[in-house]
Design a protein around this ligand. Structure first.
Ligand code: NDP
Length: 319
């Protein structure tokens, strides 16, 4: 009997790569979307796995809906990747962000507890929980001080997972993932916005790319590698939380310069900064220390920023 995995939020970037990985490992994979009849599951199609996955509609905010899907699928492992995932949008939709992340995670934990089955649970945590900690690398012992509604919601979900693990002995883990990118990243995220603009200009379009603060530093990793860490967390003897990062941070300006150079352009001729794109509060530097994941999971990021830019540009130019 193959193991059964349920991926909540399978239509997103990570959902698609995780589904591919689990199928390769012999799992039967089911996935949820808020409305599976309407969602186009383009990312699954792009990876050529759309037909191999059972798709279900599930509203994370609705306990009945969550319980129904769990009873129907009877998964061995649940990966919760669903929820409003944009930091920028969370300032405009704070309630939607909090409910989809914090209430959604709580409903999943409660439903697992309700079934009484030994279901293993992975929850998508975020480096945004740490807030602005200066030029230091965050590890699992670094206190949370989030600076966005998204970060606040992810911090609440993190403690829900930790509490259910402790109080009810659930096999529940949070991966505290730093930014990770891929050609499946939607254009609302700054990396894909930069790549898409650079490629359009290289193909002859006349346009200016408007960005916010170019001095921020981020620890950018490669999404297909990061989903391996999610899987590994659920294969351990004991549930735990792990920081997943490359351990290196680079300025957004470096990302822009390299992306434009990759298509033979000088970025400074095409990029302007626009103060309306600044967030009410932001993190100056975000960098993780993935030592624990390396020691316990044997996981280490191989792709660095330059590899990520090259891969995203190649895919975009070929489209
Ligand atoms: P995506 O935004 O690509 O996917 C998230 C999925 O959640 C969507 O496909 C969507 O599915 C569902 N969703 C979106 N908005 C809502 C909402 N308001 N309520 C309920 N469901 C919603 O995210 P990623 O794949 O990039 O990330 C996966 C998870 O990891 C997310 O929880 C994200 O916050 C977290 N994370 C991501 C990082 C990154 O750099 N990518 C870094 C750290 C954490 P549908 O429309 O089909 O319902």
């Amino acid at each position: 009997m193959s193991k059964k995995a349920l991926i909540c939020g399978i239509s997103g970037q990570d959902g698609a790569y995780l589904a591919k990985l689990l199928l390769e490992k012999g799992y039967t994979v089911s996935g949820t979307s808020r409305d599976a009849q309407v969602s186009n599951f383009q990312s699954l199609s792009r990876l050529g796995i759309r037909g191999e996955i059972k798709l279900e509609s599930m509203s994370l905010n609705d306990f009945r809906s969550v319980l129904q899907v769990l009873k129907k699928i009877q998964p061995d492992e649940i990966y919760n990747l669903a929820g409003q995932s944009s930091v920028g949008l969370s300032f405009d939709q704070p309630v939607e962000t909090l409910e989809s992340i914090a209430t959604g995670t709580l409903n999943l934990l409660e439903a697992i507890r309700f079934t009484g089955e030994p279901i293993k649970f992975y929850n998508a945590g975020s480096s945004e929980c740490f807030g602005d900690i200066g030029d230091r690398s965050a590890n699992e012992a670094t206190p949370f001080r989030p600076r966005s509604p998204y970060g606040v919601a992810k911090a609440a979900a993190f403690w829900e997972v930790a509490n259910y693990r402790e109080a009810y002995n659930l096999f529940a883990c949070s991966g505290i993932l730093f930014n990770h990118e891929s050609p499946l990243r939607p254009e609302r995220f700054v990396t894909q916005k930069i790549i898409t603009s650079a490629c359009r200009i290289a193909k002859g379009e006349t346009e200016t790319l408007n960005l916010g603060n170019l001095r921020i530093e981020r620890d950018w990793g490669w999404a297909p590698e990061y989903v391996e860490a999610m899987y590994l967390m659920l294969q351990q003897q004991r549930p735990d939380d792990y920081v997943i990062a490359t351990g290196e941070s680079r300025k957004l300006q470096d990302f822009v310069a390299e992306a434009f150079a990759c298509v033979g352009l000088d970025w400074s001729q095409y990029v302007t900064t626009d103060s309306s794109l600044l967030r009410p509060t932001d993190l100056a530097i975000s960098r993780g220390d993935p030592s624990k994941a390396k020691a316990r999971l044997g996981w280490q990021a191989k792709y660095k920023m330059s590899d990520i830019i090259r891969s995203m540009i190649e895919t975009k130019l070929a489209q």
